[in-house]
Design a protein around this ligand. Structure first.
Ligand SMILES: Nc1ncnc2c1ncn2[C@@H]1O[C@H](COP(=O)(O)OP(=O)(O)OP(=O)(O)O)[C@@H](O)[C@H]1O
Length: 271
């Protein structure tokens, strides 16, 4: 089957089922607009629905509004126009249902890995023994079983991002916003972490929005790819990714996979 036949023209399609009416829709945007200083249109009328448990990649060149879209969903910045809801409620600020991770791990140097993972809990209240056990379990989950009591300076860049991922999961949020989380790492480490990320989000049953510049990475990880184009930032198309899970790196060598990469590239090239 031609994967392109699965695409939806996001900008022009009719309004999908409203978030309030469909409990499976966890993030819903309708004509969402964000301008900065009244002139830069960072996001121009984006309309989309994201289903519970799906992994959605956002791909596009620098400045097309990917981070802006994530920050809007996280409630870190306010929309200029249109509608945006998370779990059926309009977004008016940060929420405990949503957690965000960035390209840099931003760990506290003077705290061990497990103490860093416990931070989101300690911001709210004193950590209990159960919290501590959970933090250690999460470090196991991200492959850092033997490094719970290491300090950030004793960890590689990839290991530090694993700690940041465990800290993200410690929040208990099941909508995870990942802004190029492995973008600063070498290609080999990045590929390994991507594979583990897929396993982990299935394990914790999260809904994920994942920003990347890399088309192959976007497709490999996702159920849907939101293809964005710049000046103004637009959601050009939402592409369904038809490949079964679990997926292995050999998928990337197949003609079907490379066909889909070509389709996404041509959407980006046409703008
Ligand atoms: N706080 C801000 N003030 C003014 N303009 C901003 C601000 N944040 C983003 N912009 C502008 O909005 C547009 C979209 O930026 P955004 O960071 O969302 O893009 P992006 O696709 O994430 O880019 P990159 O891939 O380089 O991170 C850009 O033109 C950017 O300059």
């Amino acid at each position: 089957m031609n994967a392109f036949s699965n695409t939806i023209v996001a900008a022009d399609r009719a309004r999908p089922a409203m978030a309030g009416g469909d409990p499976d829709i966890v993030i819903s945007a309708d004509g969402l607009v964000k301008t900065f200083n009244g002139e830069v249109i960072a996001l121009d009328r984006a309309t989309f629905d994201i289903r519970r448990g799906s992994f959605v990649s956002l791909v596009g060149p620098s400045g097309c509004g990917k981070s802006t879209l994530l920050r809007l969903v996280a409630g870190l910045i306010a929309k200029t126009g249109g509608e945006l809801s998370v779990l059926g409620h309009g977004v008016s600020g940060p929420s405990s249902d949503v957690a965000m991770m960035f390209q840099r791990p931003t760990l506290l140097d003077w705290r061990t890995a497990v103490e860093n993972v416990l931070l989101p809990t300690e911001v709210k209240r004193s950590a209990t023994n159960a919290d501590r056990r959970r933090a250690i379990d999460l470090l196991n989950l991200v492959g850092l079983k033997d490094f719970a009591f290491s300090f950030p300076r004793q960890l590689s860049g990839g290991m530090q991002q694993r700690v940041a991922l465990a800290r993200l999961l410690q929040t208990g949020a099941n909508i995870l916003l990942l802004d190029e989380p492995f973008g600063a790492l070498d290609e080999f480490t990045r590929e390994r972490l991507n594979l583990e990320l897929m396993r982990i989000v299935e394990d914790v049953d999260a809904t994920v929005l994942f920003v990347t510049h890399n088309i192959a990475e976007a497709i490999f990880l996702a159920d849907q790819v939101m293809v964005m184009t710049p000046r103004p930032g637009r959601l050009a198309r939402i592409v369904d990714v038809p490949f079964e899970r679990p997926r292995g790196v050999e998928l990337m060598q197949t003609p079907e996979f490379n066909g889909l990469v070509g389709e996404v590239r041509s959407i980006l090239g046409g703008h």
